[in-house]
Design a protein around this ligand. Structure first.
Ligand SMILES: Cc1cc2nc3c(=O)[nH]c(=O)nc-3n(C[C@H](O)[C@H](O)[C@H](O)COP(=O)(O)O)c2cc1C
Length: 191
């Protein structure tokens, strides 16, 4: 089987982001045959404007790139903090650009969340947005890991327990993507 290309997206623009660190830790424990490719363009996207999104409109270059990398991915892992009980605006903005172009349709998505303490509200809201976009959110494989900073050593080495949970999430994702590649009917992978 070809390598599985998983797009990793952090919902935080912070250089020292815990969510980015969690994604790097996930990349380090990815199963054989799975590659995590990091999308780092969230902060460079223009504000979503339907006038630039309609039929015949030429999308800005950053949006073209966003659509290409999402389109090429076999699946997506998003790790996002919670801001004021919701999604970071920049992440929602990125998703708004691919509502009508459809790169997430039928694509499997695992959600991670490294917030200060909570994170459930942002994760639920993100899952709802993704589902309405046609994505297959793997709820059972999604994780909320509060206080990630305390569980990280230099080099983004996470505690063994977190590493195991990340590996289990990626295994579930690999399984789901593999089943679809194998030609099961929609929904036959348990999403
Ligand atoms: C503007 C703002 C709002 C926040 N709101 C919440 C919140 O509602 N719930 C929560 O658990 N943490 C909240 N936090 C804390 C973040 O989840 C925490 O700082 C997290 O580590 C940020 O992720 P990052 O390290 O990837 O940047 C908030 C942080 C900021 C800056």
């Amino acid at each position: 089987m070809n390598r599985m290309r998983i797009l990793a997206v952090s919902g935080s623009l912070r250089a020292g982001s815990s969510n980015l660190a969690l994604l790097r830790a996930a990349a380090a424990v990815a199963p054989e045959g799975m590659e995590l490719v990091f999308y780092e363009g969230v902060g460079a996207l223009p504000h979503f404007n339907p006038d630039l999104d309609g039929e015949g409109a030429i999308p800005p270059p950053a949006v073209k790139h966003l659509r290409r990398v999402f389109g090429e991915a076999d699946a997506v892992v998003i790790s996002s903090p919670e801001y004021a009980h919701g999604l970071p605006g920049s992440l929602k903005n990125a998703l708004d650009w691919i509502v009508s172009s459809g790169e997430l349709t039928d694509k499997h998505v695992v959600l991670l969340n490294a917030s200060a303490a909570g994170g459930q509200r942002a994760q639920a809201s993100l899952a709802q947005t993704l589902r309405v976009m046609g994505a297959r959110v793997l709820e059972n494989a999604s994780l909320i890991e509060p206080f990630v900073r305390k569980k990280l050593s230099p080099g983004d080495i996470v505690e063994a327990e977190v590493a195991q949970k990340l590996r289990a999430s990626l295994d579930a994702l690999a399984h789901a993507v593999g089943l679809v590649r194998g030609g099961l009917p929609a929904g036959g992978d348990g999403t």
